[in-house]
Design a protein around this ligand. Structure first.
Ligand SMILES: Nc1nc2c(ncn2[C@@H]2O[C@H](COP(=O)(O)OP(=O)(O)OP(=O)(O)O)[C@@H](O)[C@H]2O)c(=O)[nH]1
Ligand SMILES: [Mg+2]
Length: 295
């Protein structure tokens, strides 16, 4: 058997600035929805590992939060997740928004990865939004000598080419997870993420970034399916009023939609109870941040 027929496996980190499309690309690569995606930056708050098993290679894909400048404790936790991911990976995919181009965050990430000798490729994402799809501009990544892959995480165009290139960079290894393994995240946590996703959608412009979902109970329901009790944590009383809405209308909409999404995800009935709680210090409270899985 020649070397090129050996199986490969390793960790592939998706890195880049907020809103570049890392989570969309993760979901596209997996063909499943693991990470939540919204039009707002700072959507992803913790590392998520998704397992993609292919005929010749297994990719352990790590989605990360966008890289941030601020020193708020939550942002420090986010950046810590980025740092960890970029230390522990075999290949890094730097995700670039084709409309925004190469940004300082890419430069910082690249410097960090370069020091560790990690293989890096650039994914020029959102080419479906370029006026002229034949002329994706990624001069900077080209100049720093990275292989560049123009693609659209939304449509899937160009994604297979990227995958092949990434596979080729992985170390030879047998698969590291069983073939049917999808993620290291508990289903309970993923359900909380679906609630957070719906809250982002329903509250749209009004939503404070300082919202978190804490799944406090997740168990079999006596009449079948699962019973989930989750708290939506906000920082202030005024934010609670927004999330609850007039006569509780907003939180009911969130609850209904989230339940439907959870049922689709689980493939069984869900009984979802949502409560809105004011917890003024959660943003600054490291223990809570850790308890909520953001580290
Ligand atoms: N048109 C288009 N939109 C995309 C594409 N990929 C992502 N988006 C959109 O870009 C926005 C951000 O996508 P995310 O996947 O949440 O970005 P992210 O890099 O994970 O963002 P953070 O988690 O906040 O760092 C969402 O509105 C996506 O629907 C793409 O290929 N084409
Ligand atoms: Mg994300």
């Amino acid at each position: 058997m020649t070397a090129e027929h050996e199986y490969r496996a390793g960790v592939v980190a998706l890195l880049g600035p907020p809103n570049a499309g890392k989570s969309t690309l993760l979901n596209r690569l997996l063909g499943e929805k693991l990470a939540i995606v919204t039009a707002k930056p700072q959507t992803t708050r913790s590392k998520i590992l998704g397992v993609l098993t292919r005929p010749r290679a297994q990719l352990l894909l790590v989605d990360t939060p966008g890289k941030h400048e601020s020193s708020k404790r939550l942002n420090r936790a986010l950046n810590h997740a980025v740092q960890e991911a970029s230390q522990d990976c075999d290949v890094a995919i730097l995700v670039v928004d084709a409309l925004r181009g190469w940004e300082p965050a890419h430069e910082q990430l690249l410097a960090h990865l370069g020091k560790r000798g990690i293989a890096v490729v650039a994914a020029l994402n959102k080419i479906d939004r370029l006026p002229d799809p034949d002329s994706p501009r990624l001069a900077e990544a080209d100049e720093v000598g990275l292989p560049v892959f123009a693609l659209s995480a939304r449509t899937g165009a160009g994604v297979e080419t990227l995958l092949k290139a990434v596979e080729a960079q992985l170390p030879q290894s047998p698969p590291l997870y069983p073939e049917d393994h999808l993620t290291d995240r508990p289903v309970r946590w993923l359900c909380g993420e679906l609630v957070r996703e719906v809250a982002f959608e329903v509250l749209d412009q009004e939503l404070p970034y300082s919202i978190a979902v804490d799944v406090v109970q997740y168990e079999d329901h006596p009449r079948g399916g699962v019973a989930i009790h989750a708290n939506l944590l906000v920082a202030r009383e005024s934010q609670k009023r927004i999330v609850v809405g007039a006569g509780g209308r907003t939180i009911r909409t969130v609850g209904t939609r989230a339940r439907q999404r959870i049922e689709r995800f689980l493939g069984e009935p869900a009984h979802l109870n949502l409560f809105v709680k004011v917890d003024p210090r959660w943003l600054e409270n490291a223990r809570r941040i850790e308890a909520l899985g953001y580290r």
